[in-house]
Design a protein around this ligand. Structure first.
Ligand SMILES: C[S@@+](CC[C@H](N)C(=O)[O-])C[C@H]1O[C@@H](n2cnc3c(N)ncnc32)[C@H](O)[C@@H]1O
Length: 318
């Protein structure tokens, strides 16, 4: 399912209409990516050669061609994420506007190791366009990483809300001494898109595989993967390890919500249950615990949320 070819020709040849659930595409940026190591002050010997760039003059037609293929191969309701720098963003937005794809969010990804500049601000973000193909309900697993009930310890704010804000701060992986592709995306960033926008067993595609990071994250989270990389150097280097990857190998590494604590939430309380809760509350009160601590214990024991427990206990007092 991984092809060493140009993505537009490869998609036409190998991918049927409406066959992909989720596409994550990080096209070359058209800013001399083949010399990026100079900007990032990286050791050239550790950066894999053979990155294929697009010239600025070709960028509009190139964007139109691959985005049209992306639209075709996505299932109705399928999702496309496009990672882009600022320089050619306009061509990507223009190409998207010529398709039926709908942009639901324009995400800013803030990372570390921005390109150092002295006489202007340091650029430390990329754009991620989150788009869906109309025609069916798109997958968005709202509680795939944080449940509605989880709160930040310091501020008390909702972790689910914070994780779903459209500014993401995720650091690039620091891999001293290891060979890497130019512009390798962190697995944590890819895992977040995959968790929210696909389910286990879904097919996840990437038109610009580079270091195959999308494919690795997808297989690691028990999805199927496919894609294209035009550079034979990058393709051959990465393909060596791909067949050894165990499906699901990343499942324990990324955030998932804890098992539901209040498993009885929403079910009506019987009079017998209410009486049992009041009795237990009275017993726990004698131990010197605070009301908050007792409610927490009762929540674990009964599967009821704090609000309904407080109501039952107040009923006892009245
Ligand atoms: C920005 S990098 C992708 C990096 C990748 N997301 C990662 O995490 O490693 C873009 C990649 O697209 C490849 N490429 C350029 N033009 C291509 C084309 N027409 N079809 C397929 N791959 C292409 C480049 O060689 C490069 O490896």
């Amino acid at each position: 399912m991984f092809y060493n070819t140009d993505c537009v020709e490869g998609a036409k040849k190998y991918l049927a209409d409406g066959s992909i659930d989720l596409l994550i595409c990080d096209p070359p940026y058209g800013i001399g990516g083949d010399t990026l190591h100079k900007h990032y002050n990286r050791k050239e010997t550790l950066v894999l050669d053979g990155y294929i760039e697009i010239s600025p003059g070709d960028y509009p037609d190139f964007s139109r061609a691959w985005i049209r293929q992306a639209e075709r191969v996505l299932k109705p309701g399928g999702t496309l994420y496009i990672v882009s720098g600022y320089t050619h963003l306009i061509h990507i937005l223009n190409a998207l506007a010529e398709t039926s794809l709908q942009e639901l969010n324009h995400i800013i990804w803030k990372f570390n190791f921005g390109v150092y500049t002295k006489n202007k601000y340091i650029s430390a973000h990329y754009h991620i366009l989150y788009c869906v193909k109309p025609g069916a309900k798109h997958t968005f697993n709202t509680c795939s990483r944080y449940s509605d009930a989880e709160k930040a310890q310091a501020s008390g704010g909702s972790l689910n809300y914070q994780d779903r804000e459209d500014v993401w701060t995720i650091n690039r992986a620091y891999k001293p001494g290891q060979i890497k592709n130019k512009n390798e995306l962190p697995l944590a960033l890819l895992a977040k898109m995959i968790q929210y926008s696909s389910n286990e067993g879904d097919l996840v595609g990437d038109f610009f595989l580079g270091s195959f990071s999308t494919a690795k994250a997808a297989i690691g989270l028990n999805r199927r993967a496919c894609g294209f990389e035009q550079s034979p150097v990058a393709y051959n280097h990465q393909m060596i390890g791909m067949k050894d990857l165990q499906p699901g190998f990343l499942r324990d590494q990324f955030r998932t919500p804890p098992p539901k604590t209040y498993f009885q939430q929403g079910k009506p309380l019987t009079e017998a249950e209410k009486a049992a809760i009041r009795n237990r509350f009275a017993v726990l009160q004698q131990t010197g615990l605070t009301q908050k601590q007792i409610i927490e214990i009762l929540g674990q024991e009964t599967g009821r949320g704090p609000w309904s427990l407080q109501k039952v206990i107040r009923g006892n007092r009245n």
